[in-house]
Design a protein around this ligand. Sequence first.
Ligand code: CS2
Length: 492
Amino acid sequence: MKKSIQLNQDNLEQIGNHIPVPNYNRTSETADIVHIGVGGFHRSHLAYYVHLLKNSGEASSLCGIGLREGDQNLHDIFKKQDHLYTLMVKHPDGKIEPEIIGSIIDFKMGTTDPEAVISQMAHKNTRIVSLTITEGGYNFNPTTGEFNFDNPDIQHELRHPNDPKTVYGFLTAALKRRRDAGLPAFTIMSCDNIEHNGDMARKMLLAFAETQNPDLAKWIAKEVTFPNSMVDRITPVTTPADIDILAQNSGVQDAWPVTCEPFIQWVVEDKFSNGRPAFEKVGVQFVPDVGPYEKMKLRLLNAGHSVMGILGAIHGHPTINACVEDELFAKYLGAFLDEEATPILGPIIGIDLEDYKDSLLERFANPNIKDSVSRICSESSAKLPKFLIPTIQENLATGGCIKFATLVLAAWCYYSDKQADQNGEPLEIIDAMQDELHKAATATSSDPLAFIRQESLFGELAENERFATTYTDMIQELYKTSEVKKLMRSLL
Ligand code: CS2
């Protein structure tokens, strides 16, 4: 076994003998992009695009921000590694391409040092504040679509504007400081999987700001832009095995590398209030209206993931590639995409939907990626209302097919109720609504529609007769046999 070298700035030259390292200077810079939510996806996507820009000689860099206690671990690791990390691109043929990324130059924690975060955002060099705060992070009520003022942290921030806790408190504190200093507003760039993610960020921030400081809200409405974007790169959870492989094959000691697929895409609206880096030079597509691209990606890729993930979890498949290697699952996915998701998309300029779906199947099948179904099923309560439930609602309205997606909801109920697969193996469930989901699902024995009556997730679905009959039949069958494949087969 090779002796591995600790990843940090001093060792970069030596590491560069084995794998690609940044060819740019990382010192004496102030970030122009401040990013909230430095998860794996941010590090495989936006931070990678900025790395490509820097490698091509452009000046741009990122300061990461953590607003949750759970971010402390990455903060501490980054400190030791001078904010360097390895991106391990995993190809379907088994090849792994590691590369050291240096585009993040700083990381600040809002939980322990809120002032440092506000002043970073309010710094004159900051042009963009970007977000990957997850679907659940936008703090809106899924039924009404309105801002959730009941959140205790939001209540605290409304009363104490100088003691922010959530993304909204930090954004208003920093924007106020910029306005008072006569500095231009920054762009707020959402990179989350939500249809009209920029519009959503705008609506939520304005609702908050109007209550906290109506004058400031007017300034924000006029000065801040919120481009919508479609972001894409499958980024599994890093495992201890990834850390070992990197140390053994490349001799690099990195406590938190990120793994991802080769595919990458970012389509964004060119609405930046305070300028932007020349992202088009590194393959980013700028379009006037990102809506159709977002809808396509969320309703095909993300929904397809959830279809495989939830059915796969109950069947006992550990990963997405294991699901699509199973012929029945692959066929089921194809049927869902073709018969339920595609009809509501309509044509999209410049995109051949058949090619797009073929490439999705290939990406899901990448055997080297091993994307766990538990990652896909995590936070389903925030994902399904964006990825899958609207497809059922739209198909109900037009008389379209609903059976493939409806089985996923029945399976989700079973999953939330039993918290185990069909063989009784316990499932790892990660969901902010886990207790409510479990409670609603356990009432299924006395009321087959109990799970669907959770209005905040499903709206009025339980009242729709066609849906209610289809779902009830499936629930009865699934609870009787526990064999999800039997039901899948019967629908094809
Ligand atoms: C996945 C996404 O979390 C999920 O359910 O569908 O993380 C997906 O892998 C990314 O959006 C790909 O761009």
